[in-house]
Ligand binder design. Sequence first.
Ligand code: FE2
Length: 198
Amino acid sequence: MTRLELPPLPYAKNALEPHISARTLDFHYDRHHRGYLDKLRALVEGTPDENRELLDLVREGRGAVFNNAAQVWNHTFYWNSMTPGGGGEPTGRIAEALGDAFGSHGSFRKEFVDRAVGLFGSGYVWLTFDPQSSRLGIDPLEDADNPLLAGRVPLLALDVWEHAYYLDHQNARGRYAEAFMDHLANWRFAEANLEAAS
Ligand code: FE2
């Protein structure tokens, strides 16, 4: 098991262009993501948390340990939520589950983008699976918050902190969320997460 390490990006830095530039990934992966990991390592060094799994620190950490651990976990999940040539209308089991929850792909897409635009300040918009109802939902959560803490299973995440889109889209968060929906969303990753959870 890996503990406090930064997994490599699952694609080349320019692979998501023109929607997300290599320059954005230079900052976002090498500075922001790595920065959270460095802060976390410094926080836990010499403490009982030092040898714990990252996910345990997300589930049980408090204050700065939680914030930095969750940001490390959330970013890795976000990278995997995108793939070159992704997005558009999915097929297979994830499409059926989205259809049950939202009706059409158009309604789901609109709600996801609206929630991304409507989230005040920084955070992530999560596509989640609720094991209680066996239904999918959209959870816009602030800052480093994670749906796991509310008992829901993350399937896909869109980072809507400004550092994720400002260089490419300036303040147009909606355009960035639309690009995610239409060109980047990794439906196979979402489906694998759904299959593991249900
Ligand atoms: Fe980020």
